[in-house]
Design a binder for this molecule. Structure first.
Ligand SMILES: [Zn+2]
Length: 237
């Protein structure tokens, strides 16, 4: 479950229960592509702006391991660290943000999963990268952050067919309503995570939809014609 903390930042009860510092910003904080907005959110999260490492985000499935504070990592959509004092972040407006953490090894990850990254298995690649750095598969927790849900995420017949082929007809990842196709990207990522071996009880979905609740969240689809912004999802140890 996601709940608002005193700073208006959404927190996952699953990650809070293992004392991992993390959060999801909302529209009320402003567009995190602006450095000053990002810095303010990080400070509210208990970090200094200098501790932040972001990803270029190219809608691929590349993951980078971050072992020290550095500038934005080019050409990846997911970041992993086990280094104390580093906070990782991904920016989204409709796409799925995933925050992952293993409390025992203190290895964490932040992932941006749009439809391209999802079907390219970026969630699996992130888990594999965490395990390579000492995380235990059976103790990894995953929080799925606010994203555009199946109620609003209409897609072309071609894209629907590609997801049906990958996830199967009974996966409930693809739905048809009237003459339109809809994708459930959150559920698609749950399928990937359980396929690689994450315990279902350690995957936390939320009920928020960035498009339905576009007063609270930035939605690329809702706001693209009148100035959309991006929200930050961050995690660190
Ligand atoms: Zn919706």
């Amino acid at each position: 479950m996601l709940t608002l903390n005193n700073h208006g930042i959404y927190e996952s009860s699953l990650l809070t229960s293992i004392a991992i510092r993390h959060g999801y910003s909302s529209k009320s904080h402003g567009d995190t592509r602006k450095q000053a907005v990002l810095d303010t959110i990080l400070k509210r999260g208990g970090w200094t702006p200098q501790q932040f490492v972001g990803a270029e985000q190219v809608h691929g499935n590349g993951i980078a391991y971050v072992d020290s504070v550095m500038d934005e990592v080019r050409a990846v959509d997911g970041l992993v660290t086990g280094k104390s004092g580093v906070v990782l972040g991904v920016k989204t407006a409709d796409c799925v943000p995933l925050l992952l953490a293993d409390p025992d090894s203190q290895v964490v990850a932040a992932v941006h999963a749009g439809w391209r990254g999802t079907i390219a298995e970026i969630a699996i690649k992130a888990v594999e990268a965490m395990v390579a750095k000492g995380a235990k598969l059976h103790s990894i927790r995953v929080s799925i952050g606010p994203h555009i849900r199946a109620c609003c995420y209409s897609v072309s017949a071609d894209r629907a067919a590609a997801f049906t082929e990958y996830f199967g007809k009974n996966s409930e990842v693809v739905m048809k309503k009237a003459d339109s196709w809809y994708l459930d990207l959150g559920k698609a990522n749950v399928h990937l995570l359980t396929k690689i071996g994450i315990q279902p009880a350690y995957i936390e979905m939320n009920e928020l939809c960035t498009s339905c609740q576009s007063d609270t969240f930035y939605s690329y689809r809702k706001h693209k014609d009148n100035g959309f912004g991006e929200m930050i999802s961050f995690i660190g140890v």
